[in-house]
Design a protein around this ligand. Structure first.
Ligand code: SF4
Length: 454
């Protein structure tokens, strides 16, 4: 096993404050801006780095077939085993086969969005396997039997108090524990698990075609232990995570850290190629990678929308998104997922409409994905394909009629303000408030009066 670990001793812990979902989402957004300033101070020309990153990812996605084959060949040469999974069922069956063949009893997992996409936790539980989450956020979410709410900060929807109370009830943590105490408690709780687990499951941030390696960025050191200590290591990766060469990391490691958590570099940057070799002291005896398609080639088939596959999953677009701040948790995954998910699963097409197209996501994207434009491309595609429901068709028919008639337009405006919006925006928890409308008469009435215009 060849593992290179780049350690950044200056990394920091992000503590997000707030009692309600909305407060924490806003706090995360503000923190992201502050942290980003720190992380980006390392660049003399950030735009140049973003342009290089965008170009590299675009070129890679355009030639994905070539790079995947190169990756497979090099990964096998280094002693790893490659499994291609067309869909989630294939991927889950592959995991199950490895676990059964190895007689696995204890499994540890580090943070992996691909596992969430596969519904791996529920699957393992149904199959009767015990497993432990080793990432702090995922550990909390798993203890609460919930799903993660942010691609980088999975437990963002829970306050420190809620977490302390949860772990107090389930594992005996002192109920008044603060953030640092919670992290220490989880670390102590997991220490033995790392030593006894026989299979480690991780995700990865990048696949490197040459030399067939996987790259994992992390801040807790848990992914490193999950990969190195059990005798079997399974990596779960979407086929879109590709980079052509190791030299590309000089752009992508700092860029992902800067936009993800505002660090100059993540604390641990692991580059893993192949299982343990005779001369190695530790590392897994077997290394598998499951390359998951699950509709990514459907996204690739769209000339414009394929740009979405350039995403490096930094989470910045999700952190700044006003819809996410309001709807949050599992109702709205992320702006980039609002582009890709509907192309992967047609029943998710409503996500492409859940956007104000404000453009904040585009502004913060390190690889310059034009998310608002891609959302519009999706909307057009669904209309062209007739994938619009009757209510929506009727609504736009009526809306067009109304907008073309001054009297109806004025009436609908006043009526919507008075009746519809007030009831739609009423919020029991007080998180949303309807803006107070002016008592003045509408402009067009004022104008008619002023100009004495009938
Ligand atoms: S779309 Fe851009 S901002 Fe959003 S997660 Fe992907 S890389 Fe980050």
């Amino acid at each position: 096993m060849t593992t290179l670990v780049l350690e950044n001793p200056k990394s920091n812990i992000i503590d997000i404050q707030g009692d309600t979902w909305s407060e924490r989402a806003m706090s995360a957004s503000k923190l992201q801006k502050i942290q980003f300033e720190k992380g980006s101070s390392q660049y003399s020309n950030l735009e140049l780095a973003r342009n290089r990153a965008a170009f590299t990812r675009w070129k890679t996605i355009e030639n994905l077939d070539k790079y995947l084959i190169e990756f497979e060949s090099n990964f096998i040469k280094a002693g790893g085993k490659v499994i291609w999974a067309q869909d989630i069922t294939d991927a889950l069956e592959a995991v199950l086969e490895i676990l059964k063949k190895s007689g696995a009893k204890e499994i540890i997992k580090s943070k992996t969005n691909t596992a969430s996409e596969m519904g791996l936790n529920a699957f393992l539980e149904n199959e009767g396997f015990q497993f432990s989450e080793t990432d702090t956020g995922d550990f909390i979410v798993h203890a609460a039997d919930e799903s993660g709410s942010h691609m980088v900060l999975p437990a963002l929807h829970k306050s420190t108090k809620e977490i302390a109370s949860l772990l107090h009830d389930k594992l005996g943590l002192p109920a008044d524990a603060e953030a640092q105490g919670i992290v220490r408690f989880i670390r102590d709780h997991l220490r033995d698990t790392f030593q006894t687990a026989d299979v480690g499951i991780t995700g990865c941030n990048f696949l490197i075609a040459d030399p067939g390696a996987v790259v994992i960025l992390e801040n807790e050191g848990n992914a490193q232990l999950t990969a190195a200590m059990p005798k079997i290591h399974i990596v779960l990766a979407g086929i879109d995570k590709m980079l052509p060469a190791l030299s590309d990391l000089d752009v992508f490691l700092p860029l992902l850290s800067t936009y993800g958590t505002g660090q100059t570099l993540a604390t641990y940057n692991n580059i893993i190629s192949g299982p343990k070799q005779a001369e190695d002291r530790d590392g897994p005896e077997e290394l598998y990678i499951i390359l998951l398609d699950n509709g990514r080639t459907d996204v690739l088939a769209h000339d414009q929308q394929r740009q979405a596959l350039s995403c490096i999953k930094c989470g910045a677009c999700q952190t700044v998104c006003p819809i996410y701040h309001t709807a949050g948790v599992s109702d709205f995954p992320s702006p980039i997922a609002a582009v890709t998910l509907p192309l992967q699963q047609v029943e998710m097409q409503h996500l492409s409409h859940a956007s104000t197209l404000c453009g904040s996501c585009k502004d913060v994207c390190p690889v310059k994905i034009d998310i608002p434009r891609l959302l519009l491309q999706n909307r057009k595609l669904f209309v062209d394909k007739g994938l619009v429901n009757r209510t929506e068709k009727w609504f736009y028919y009526a809306w067009k009629k109304a907008m073309l008639k001054r009297e109806i337009m004025s009436w609908t405006g006043i009526s919507a303000r008075k009746h519809i919006l007030d009831s739609l925006f009423k919020s029991k928890d007080g998180l949303r408030k309807m803006p107070i409308h002016s008592k003045e008469i509408p402009f067009n009435e004022w104008y008619r009066e002023k100009m004495n215009y009938k």
